[in-house]
Design a protein around this ligand. Structure first.
Ligand SMILES: *Cc1c(COP(=O)(O)O)cnc(C)c1O
Length: 352
């Protein structure tokens, strides 16, 4: 079976983790500090705070913007529940916006319609590694939290994503672009925001008492992250090559291939095609061929919340199929994926 996603871990990761273990320093310590500095340097941002997950990063980003009970935060309907949870942790209300048929990213036009006097922030994920419509979203005048969990290294108008929002977050979950098992990062060029984030992520050695969290990253995770960060460029180049191969090999078939927003340079975290019939049926048939495809999202938020009016999210849900793409996917495996898709879409055996 060709897996749908897979972390890329090698000798350098092993050596780095082993060195960390042997140092006896396994909780937050010097490795975390080094990782934060390397990450901030890579994306040319003033400061970066490592945390235990992308969800923790989102929670802290919201708290740093003083989001609380009575506030509203706009998030897309077509996204994982991590965003909904983070908003709910703060006691604020999550307001859903539909997404773009082009690239599954939050639709600025629908965000605009949903802004009220209570709107405190908009969370903007860059779905499948493709930058959202930051130009239009920035014009709305509401603070943005960029969620670059799927898109470290992607660029919009020539600048890396994760540098446009008031606060920005990343995730290093096992199957993301770069992995530390679990982990995340909060980035902002505003020193006051970063001071709040750093204050809240750790509970110990504080002069006063208030509710704080234990959202610290471990040195073991940071030791992994340091190596993965160095490899990110090579990882992305490999993903780009696979995406280009799929683009070429699948063109002309009766399905929708990933489309690119103007000014966006994606990192190809996912390669999602739109099939005419049921995505579930297509995925089951691919699995029969030994190729693990997946729905790119388990369930959109409006379906969990049992509300209607998100037709484009429903379309992505019903027809979106994510094909295997990751740095260790071989050419031969990618060719098998293509033959599988060809044979299902043309009803033929697929060319040899
Ligand atoms: C993975 C992901 C998250 C959550 O990150 P965790 O590290 O799993 O908590 C949030 N937003 C997006 C867009 C993601 O892909």
């Amino acid at each position: 079976m060709i897996p749908h996603s897979c972390p890329t871990l090698g000798r350098a990761e092993e050596a780095s983790v082993l060195k960390c273990l042997r140092s006896g320093q396994i909780a937050m310590g010097p490795q975390v500090e080094k990782f934060e500095q390397a990450f901030a340097g890579k994306f040319a941002v003033r400061d970066a705070a490592a945390v235990s997950s992308g969800t923790a990063a989102l929670h802290l980003a919201l708290l740093a913007l003083d989001v609380k009970v009575g506030d509203e935060v706009i998030i897309p309907s077509y996204v994982c529940t991590a965003l909904l949870n983070a908003v709910h942790y703060t006691g604020a209300r999550a307001v859903l916006a539909d997404v773009d048929a082009l690239d599954a990213n939050i639709l600025a036009l629908d965000v605009e319609r949903k802004i009220t006097r209570r709107t405190k922030a908009v969370i903007v994920p860059h779905m499948f590694g493709a930058p959202a419509d930051l130009g239009a979203l920035l014009k709305l005048g509401v603070p943005l939290i960029e969620d670059s969990a799927q898109a470290p290294g992607a660029r919009y108008a020539g600048k890396p994503v994760g540098t446009f929002g008031r606060v920005n977050i990343f995730s290093f979950y096992a199957t993301k672009m770069m992995a530390t098992g679990e982990g995340g990062m909060v980035v902002s060029s505003d020193p006051k925001i970063m001071a709040r984030v750093r204050d809240l992520l750790d509970y110990d050695h504080k002069p006063d008492y208030k509710v704080r969290f234990n959202y610290k990253m471990t040195d073991v995770a940071a030791a992994l992250g340091l190596v993965q960060l160095k490899a990110l460029g090579a990882f992305t180049a490999r993903r780009k090559a696979i995406a280009a191969f799929y683009d070429e090999a699948l063109s002309g078939l009766p399905c929708v291939l990933p489309l690119r927003r103007e000014g966006a340079q994606p990192v190809h975290y996912r390669y999602v095609i739109g099939v005419k019939g049921s995505a579930d049926r297509f995925i089951a048939a691919m699995v029969q061929k030994g190729i693990a495809c997946a729905r790119p999202l388990y369930r959109p938020l409006h379906q969990y919340l049992k509300i209607k009016g998100f037709p484009v999210s429903d379309q992505w849900m019903d027809h979106g199929v994510s094909l295997p793409i990751y740095p260790s996917l071989t050419k031969v495996q990618a060719q098998r994926v293509v033959r599988g898709v060809q044979s299902l879409l043309t009803g033929k055996g697929g060319r040899k």
